[in-house]
Design a protein around this ligand. Structure first.
Ligand code: NAG
Length: 335
């Protein structure tokens, strides 16, 4: 019976490791500090067969830039992804985002949406007259012609503008991420990164944690209880003792937030060195540590992991994922 269990568990572990290597759950592109994980995925020659959520696949070019293709709007470089606020921050490979924005049209089927749309009126002016006075859009200007944009067209005096040699070229609805109060009369913010949001997916973080938990904990636990139940049934039928009281095996208990919080947190430095007997990767998510990430270490064995990974783990299972050491009772909180 024990052999069967060992066989099953090793099969599970093996298949989970195999699946992980095959289509990585978490990737990093170049020196970028953000992780590429669900719902995003990194396309690479090694995992061409991996399918990610449509529209969420990124490419990593040989300069280490993460690239997203927005259907209808073209390629953008990714500066950052915030999975909590579900915002992706993009910039133009050719460093002239305002020019891209004037032609920016996302089809309604696009999964990404701008934070706001706002109407901007563009002027072209003679450079020598406006440059000392107004913030111009540098990449759309040269020594003779300067480009200005304003979202305050009601306030701007067109008479004054023509005095500065300006004429209106177009009025376009542009995707922006700032409020009116943060904008200037003649905006310089169109050079800022383009911020887009994506809708809440059924389970952004949950899926990953679920995979880890399901594979490493729940299924073996279920198997254990199944085997135990069988064993108990078998015993019962053998003994035929109708009054036998069977104590249920104690379930694996996780730690409470206070206990978890009491464990030391360390912010990874530029050297990426982690204290204690640790390697450069987090054994839970298998991703490398990067500067500024927060790791948490278990006091008994000094094994460290990404704080976000180990916190979720300890809530469910109160032992170290590497050495299975139990936290000492000092840290347990029975309130
Ligand atoms: C400046 O830009 C305008 C419009 O793009 C163009 O017609 C003009 O030739 C440019 N001038 C110089 C000096 O590059």
């Amino acid at each position: 019976m024990d052999n069967l269990l060992v066989l099953f568990v090793s099969f599970l572990l093996f298949s989970s490791v195999y699946a992980k290597n095959d289509c990585p759950g978490v990737s990093i592109c170049g020196d970028n500090s953000f992780k590429i994980r669900f719902p995003f995925g990194l396309e690479s020659p090694q995992n061409q067969h991996c399918t990610y959520k449509p529209g969420f696949n990124l490419k990593c070019n040989n300069q280490g830039k993460a690239i997203i293709n927005l259907p209808g709007a073209g390629d953008f470089y990714v500066r950052d992804i915030n999975y909590l606020t579900r915002q992706i921050q993009l910039y133009d490979p050719y460093d002239c985002l305002p020019k891209r924005l004037t032609k920016f049209q996302l089809p309604s089927s696009s999964v990404f949406k701008p934070v706001y749309y706002r109407d901007y009126t563009f002027f072209t002016c003679s450079t020598d007259r406006v440059n000392p006075y107004y913030s111009v859009i540098g990449c759309m200007s040269n020594s003779t012609i300067s480009t200005l944009a304003t979202s305050y067209i009601g306030i701007v005096s067109l008479g004054e503008m023509s005095f500065f040699g300006c004429s209106v070229t177009s009025t376009v609805s542009l995707p922006v991420s700032w409020t009116y109060s943060e904008d200037e009369v003649f905006t310089s913010k169109l050079n800022n990164d383009l911020v887009l949001t994506w809708p809440e997916t059924d389970s952004t973080k949950a899926i990953q944690i679920f995979r880890i938990v399901a594979l490493s904990l729940v299924i073996p636990a279920l198997m254990c209880s199944l085997v135990l139940t069988c064993y108990i049934c078998y015993k019962k039928s053998q003994e035929a003792a109708p009054t036998a009281i069977v104590r249920r095996p104690e379930m694996i208990i996780g730690l409470d937030d206070l206990t978890i919080e009491s464990y030391t947190k360390v912010v990874v430095g530029e050297s990426r060195r982690i204290p204690g007997p640790n390697h450069g990767i987090c054994s839970i998510c298998l991703a490398e540590y990067h500067p500024k990430e927060t790791v948490r270490c278990i006091p008994e064995c000094e094994h460290c992991f990404h704080a976000e990974c180990i916190d979720e783990w300890l809530k469910i299972k109160g032992t170290c994922p590497v050495c299975r050491s139990n936290p000492s009772p000092v840290h347990l909180n029975f309130s």
